[in-house]
Design a protein around this ligand. Sequence first.
Ligand code: SF4
Length: 336
Amino acid sequence: MASSAAAKSSITIRLCGPRGFCAGVDRAIQIVVLALKEFGAPVYVRHEIVHNRYVVEGLEAKGAIFVEELDEIPLEHRKQPVVFSAHGVPKSVPADADQGNLFYLDATCPLVSKVHKQAMRHHRLGRHVVLIGHAGHPEVIGTMGQLPEGAVSLIETVEDADVYEPSDPDNLGFVTQTTLSVDDTAGVIKRLHERFPNLTAPAADSICYATTNRQEAVKQAAPGCDLFLIVGAPNSSNSKRLVEVALRAGARKAVLVQRAAEIDWATVGDIATVGLSAGASAPEVIVNEIIEAFRERYHARVELADTVEENEHFLVNRELRHVELTVADMAFVNGE
Ligand code: SF4
């Protein structure tokens, strides 16, 4: 790498598309911004609305207050809305909100709600539910919390599937977290099917379109990349999966970064091709910041590595549909 303009070397940035915000993240951020406009500050948000500090800090600056539990909302603010994050919540959370006379707006992504319905359907039909996902992730906590305790077993890996001993092996139905690795999950499902041939799949894939498309774009762009940067937070499941996908698909090195300032230029070394993508909760403004950081140090040519076009759009809650956003609000909601 060269630091002076005269000694700049040339690199290609392979910019994946689709990348960054998905329809569920866009909707969740919009709900908070619209709620602030309609009801004024503060608007409480239970858990990070999406796993991204830049977004969270931007919303805090507008008057949102993030809490982990409803009882953190002070009594004098209990008439202000509280928004549930895009990851979904256990049934006990809206029940507690009703009990405490709180006004809540649910920003759960419709594709997470779909998984909740798939799990409830298995349960209604008398099946024990196998949830494939990562322990402790808010989406997993939310999905498990749709059903009574003991109705769901969590499987994280093929090794878990190897040793899983259900009480009724012929009466199982599975669902998955929406943001898993498509390839890893296929391996876990295959193993479960080998052991439990009567295992019932959900009516449709639980891994969402945004996860699938971002992984496919990274998979296609990764071969030949000396470095692959994924913009995303360490607690963002879909962003972490993109790092794994890049490495498996042939990138020499793959790293998760939250901001351009985090890039350790001393370790970047001699590179010719850099892959670049962003998790579903990472705003485009940071992708641009990273491209600029490369341009300061290299003659960087951006090559678009697009796979499919996404047109998904999810409506916000009925109570907020009449509220209008300014151009500046729209830019923030779109991550620009
Ligand atoms: S990653 Fe998928 S499930 Fe999660 S918010 Fe986006 S569209 Fe919804």
